[in-house]
Write a protein that binds this ligand. Structure first.
Ligand SMILES: C[S@@+](CC[C@H](N)C(=O)[O-])C[C@H]1O[C@@H](n2cnc3c(N)ncnc32)[C@H](O)[C@@H]1O
Length: 195
């Protein structure tokens, strides 16, 4: 698939996103995103033996699926496999993609969905109805935030929506987690889909 050439774009990543402590933050929003919501979502599906965690960073998902294999492009997070998920070859019974799709442009999301070779795919992703506010709060990074409709337009038609919950991203969250002082408080929605 061809599209815009993002190869030369300078993608900055927060230093908080690097390394093996990723996702271990103690604030209420992080706990909801990385623990309680995932527990609830996973309780709705059957977990098979062969599970890949695409963009799985330092393997946070192992807390819930100890045998999951994390595949991530960022070596600093010490994933099980250091590789670009857009190039990774492999068959899995379940591929989990949690908080990764906003790192990919639309072409890449479509490409990834076509490339994955798995019986089931579980997508856990936040969406934002007010994109102006979300981008206002996004500094020193390059991400692709989407509304629920924009996200769903990129996913396969047979996908099933299995979870949705709204939560508030406070000024304190942006200050503590990302050192942003002039953030605007906003609502965000967590979605989960299974194919
Ligand atoms: C917000 S983190 C989420 C990590 C993990 N899924 C979790 O929920 O704890 C997004 C991760 O996706 C990874 N990522 C982004 N694009 C990628 C790509 N093309 N191939 C592999 N990993 C990628 C990043 O390096 C980062 O570790």
């Amino acid at each position: 698939m061809s599209g815009l050439n993002f190869k030369n774009m300078h993608i900055q990543i927060y230093k908080e996103d690097k390394g093996i402590n990723f996702g271990k933050w103690n604030d209420a929003i992080s706990k909801f995103l990385y623990k309680t919501s995932t527990k609830e979502i996973l309780s709705k599906i059957k977990i098979p033996k062969l599970v890949a965690d695409y963009g799985g960073a330092n393997g946070n998902l192992k807390e819930f699926i100890p045998h999951s294999i994390s595949i991530d492009i960022d070596e600093s997070k010490e994933p099980d496999i250091s590789e670009d998920i857009l190039r990774h070859e492999g068959y899995y019974e379940l591929v989990v993609i949690r908080y990764v799709l906003h790192y990919l442009n639309d072409y890449e999301v479509i490409k990834l969905m076509r490339k994955i070779n798995a019986k089931n795919i579980l997508i856990i992703q936040f969406t934002n109805q007010d994109l102006k506010v979300k981008y206002h709060n996004s500094k020193n990074e390059f991400k692709y935030f989407r509304t629920k409709e924009q996200l769903e337009a990129l996913l396969p038609e047979k996908i099933k929506h299995i979870f949705s919950k709204k939560y508030k991203c406070s000024k304190k969250f942006y200050k503590n987690r990302l050192q942003i002082n002039n953030s605007i408080e906003h609502l965000e929605e967590l979605q989960a889909y299974i194919i």
